[in-house]
Design a protein around this ligand. Structure first.
Ligand code: COA
Length: 253
């Protein structure tokens, strides 16, 4: 059990809230494991119709905990992100996300697996994988260009360019952009409506709309390359630079 993720269940809705606001909700291994276990339970439990993801504080999440990445890179515990990503890709029931602010890395790529997304207008969505000498994950190398086009997606992955919440709504990554305080109520209201729909029809519609096998295969291909990159000297330079609060220097590579 961890209090870094708040998990609750009521009226057919399981709510998973990232709760580490002092670190901008950076996702540590323990947090991923808690969320993955909650998804497994929600998938099995007939009473659960919908999952809502949200967060405490003004960020959605600053992405993977970079200290955990650095530990994994030097032979420690492998990142638990992988299990979480597979669980969210394979989750058969609808997922609704409320994004009140910053969404970095997996914070943005997980939205590509959500069925309804409500985002703050001024939220910043970034996927700066290449800045960390890493590669896109969670099948985002397939899904992001499909949503927003190769050029915009490449600028996000390789230059670390941000997308605002407003742009995310225009480009179809989110259903609507609104005030930060409105996103969780909007997600809860959408989830409530979904609980009133025929659950078999909702799940069948979701399944028809996604090529689950292709998405999983792409995520696994990315995962293998991501794992190699994580152990690279380039990535170690990026992680040390973050700890030292300086820009990485890749000039020697
Ligand atoms: N992993 C670990 N710690 C993180 C973190 C992360 N992904 N993101 C933020 N933090 C920590 C910071 O180290 C800082 O801790 P401290 O108060 O002990 O120094 C605290 O959260 C607040 O972050 P800070 O950097 O001071 O806030 P900011 O508003 O200046 O910048 C970010 C916010 C998210 C832009 C910046 O923290 C950042 O770039 N984080 C890394 C994001 C990232 O690369 N994620 C992985 C993507 S795959």
């Amino acid at each position: 059990m961890t209090d870094l993720v708040k998990i609750s269940e009521a009226d057919g809705v399981v709510e998973i809230l990232w709760n580490r606001p002092d670190k901008k909700n950076a996702l540590s291994n323990v947090m991923y494991r808690a969320a993955t276990a909650a998804l497994a339970r929600a998938s099995e439990d007939k009473a659960t119709r919908v999952v809502v993801f949200g967060s405490e504080g003004d960020s959605f999440t600053s992405g993977n905990d970079l200290a955990d990445f650095a530990a994994a890179a030097s032979g420690g515990e492998p990142p638990a992100a992988h299990g979480f990503i597979e669980a969210i890709i394979q989750f058969p029931k609808p997922i609704v996300a409320a994004v009140p602010g910053l969404a970095v890395g997996v914070g943005t790529t997980m939205l590509l697996h959500c069925d309804l997304v409500y985002v703050a207008r001024d939220a910043k969505l970034t996927t700066p994988f290449v800045n960390l000498a890493l590669v896109p994950e969670a099948a985002s190398s397939l899904l992001m260009p499909a949503h927003i086009g190769h050029r915009r997606a490449f600028a996000m992955f390789a230059l670390g360019d941000a997308m605002t919440g407003e742009q995310a709504a225009e480009l179809g990554i989110a259903n609507a952009a609104m005030g930060a305080s409105e996103v969780l109520p909007a997600a809860r209201e959408a989830a409530r409506k979904l609980t009133q729909r025929a659950p078999g029809a909702v799940m069948a519609a979701k399944k028809l709309m996604r090529d689950g096998e292709k998405i999983l295969a792409q995520s696994r291909t990315e995962g293998a390359i991501f794992g190699e990159r994580l152990r690279s000297a380039e990535a170690m330079e990026a992680f040390i630079a973050f700890q030292q609060k300086r820009a990485p220097d890749f000039s020697r590579f």
